[in-house]
Write a protein that binds this ligand. Structure first.
Ligand code: SF4
Ligand code: SF4
Length: 373
């Protein structure tokens, strides 16, 4: 595994990080033996950084890592988790969450700790509660080694946060679609000015860039028949010098093995590959899909709509135009009370979506397209 140096804190990190938000599941719970096997394999093959969060897998992810990693020497891996300020009403709540996280993960300290998913509003809460100062105190007590934040908002909000507090690293959503279609370039430039290490999340944009529509895959395969589709997304991200590690929320062993292979020695693109990638970006930008990453932060919808599932079925339909499979997934596998037409535009989900998707408007669109199939 290639490692990269974080000069500001004197740490070398493997380029691939194991993300704990999309582990394999069975009957709605983490499939512990399968996930454990993936963690064991990851450690044997050079991954050392494990990233979890309070809410991942409805709270199970932190406990899973507590159970799984403690059989290894504590200095053989890095553990990261995050503070969800939106789940707290006061500094006391933040303290309670932090103590609970230490219990669940069975950790005496966190190597990396993040304020989770900051945007303008959550940053205001951080300031109002004094959450940053609390975490700084935890750092002094040795319970946190390195402090950062994950981020989902515009470049000016990012700049405001970085001008207000000092951090050791920043975690942003970064991939070739967000670069060309959204504002990942501006975010990168703001962090570059501060010369801080970047940890990347959503390198394959919720798995979309790992499994492209057939016509796009054909373009990439023609340029490099050996490379997996996911490897293009990872190599693109790895080409940026400030990127020190890339988080991947892997769901099976094949993904772990493929990502390890790619990031052991991520080669720069050849001119032919660059051309192919440009073509694919153009093709993606012409598709009217909804930019949902499947993160589930918008859930639960008080009216029962399975928002990420509905958007996934719609996006798959737009990309593949597979009528039979879409009808089965939407009308047979998904209960009527979970479909797009159950959205009453209450707006409860709106502020929770880090991608700033106008969920009620998109639900109306999805309903008009899918209900007419
Ligand atoms: S706007 Fe629609 S999808 Fe969002 S919470 Fe309300 S009913 Fe659910
Ligand atoms: S709609 Fe937004 S919050 Fe909900 S799953 Fe998609 S990206 Fe995540």
């Amino acid at each position: 595994m290639q490692t990269r140096r974080l000069e500001n804190i004197g740490v070398d990190l493997p380029l691939l990080t194991f993300g704990g938000m999309r582990m394999p599941t069975k009957n709605g719970k983490i499939d512990v033996p399968a996930a454990q096997e993936m963690v064991d394999f990851a450690l044997k093959n050079g991954i050392r950084y494990f990233d979890t969060a309070y809410g991942y897998h409805e709270g199970e992810s932190e406990s899973f890592f507590g159970e799984t990693l403690t059989k290894y020497p504590r200095d053989s891996y890095y553990l990261a988790t995050k503070l969800p300020v939106w789940m707290a009403d006061s500094l006391e709540d933040c303290e309670k969450i932090f103590e609970n996280q230490m219990k669940k993960t069975r950790a005496d300290y966190f190597d990396f700790y993040l304020l989770h998913s900051l945007d303008k509003e959550k940053f205001q809460k951080v300031q109002e509660y004094g959450a940053y100062e609390m975490l700084l105190q935890k750092k002094k007590e040795g319970k946190i080694r390195h402090l950062g934040f994950s981020f989902h908002d515009t470049a000016d909000v990012l700049e405001e946060i970085l001008n207000t507090y000092e951090f050791d690293f920043v975690q942003i959503q970064f991939n070739y679609i967000d670069w060309f279609q959204k504002d990942a370039r501006q975010l990168y430039e703001v962090i570059e000015k501060k010369n801080l290490p970047i940890f990347v999340m959503e390198p394959a944009r919720g798995g979309f860039l790992a499994s492209l529509p057939k016509e796009m895959e054909a373009v990439l395969k023609a340029a490099n028949p050996e490379a997996s589709i996911a490897s293009w997304a990872f190599r693109w991200v790895a080409s940026f010098p400030l990127v020190k590690t890339i988080l991947s929320g892997m769901s099976n062993m094949e993904q772990v093995a493929d990502n390890i292979k790619t990031l052991s020695d991520p080669k720069p693109f050849t001119p032919k590959e660059e051309e192919a990638l440009k073509t694919v970006v153009k093709m993606i930008m012409e598709q009217p899909t909804i930019p949902c990453t499947g993160c589930s932060y918008c859930m639960d919808c008080p009216n029962g709509v399975q928002i990420p599932t509905v958007f996934k079925i719609y996006n798959d339909y737009i990309r593949e135009k597979n009528l039979g499979s879409t009808k089965k997934k939407y009308f047979q596998d998904l209960a009527p009370e979970c479909r797009a037409d159950c959205c009453i535009s209450c707006g409860v989900c709106l502020e929770k979506c880090p991608q700033q998707i106008s969920i009620p408007e998109q639900m109306a669109l999805v309903d008009s397209v899918l209900s007419s199939l």
